[in-house]
Design a protein. Structure first.
Length: 113
């Protein structure tokens, strides 16, 4: 399991335009293996946006995704659409999910024992 984390500083007031540009244009432009995705805005600065997504991929799957010319072309087009709305790319990386930690109260609501 991999997790992609990207933090950006947007141009003031550009969230809605960024959000539209960020979305892949078709189902086949979504990354392979993606299972969940979140978008967050900093509570003290709504122009700081974080996205993080879970991928059901191992190292080989991640490399295969990065080597897929169709996905790379779609990703390049998406980056070009987002660029006018972004001031700074703060961090962009993939992480191996080492473990999931669930607080006790959340475990009981999920049915975990």
């Amino acid at each position: 399991m991999m997790c992609a984390v990207v933090v950006r500083r947007l141009k003031p007031g550009a969230y809605q335009a960024f959000r539209q540009a960020w979305q892949p244009l078709s189902d086949d432009e979504w990354p392979a293996g993606m299972t969940r995705l979140w978008i967050g805005r900093a509570e003290d600065d709504p122009d700081v946006v974080a996205t993080w997504g879970l991928f059901d991929l191992d190292d080989a799957g991640l490399e295969a995704m990065r080597d897929d010319p169709a996905w790379m072309a779609a990703e390049s087009r998406r980056m070009e659409r987002m660029a006018p709305h972004q001031e700074e790319l703060v961090i962009s990386s993939y992480f191996h999910v080492a473990e999931e930690v669930v607080p006790p109260a959340a475990r009981s609501s999920r049915g975990d024992a």
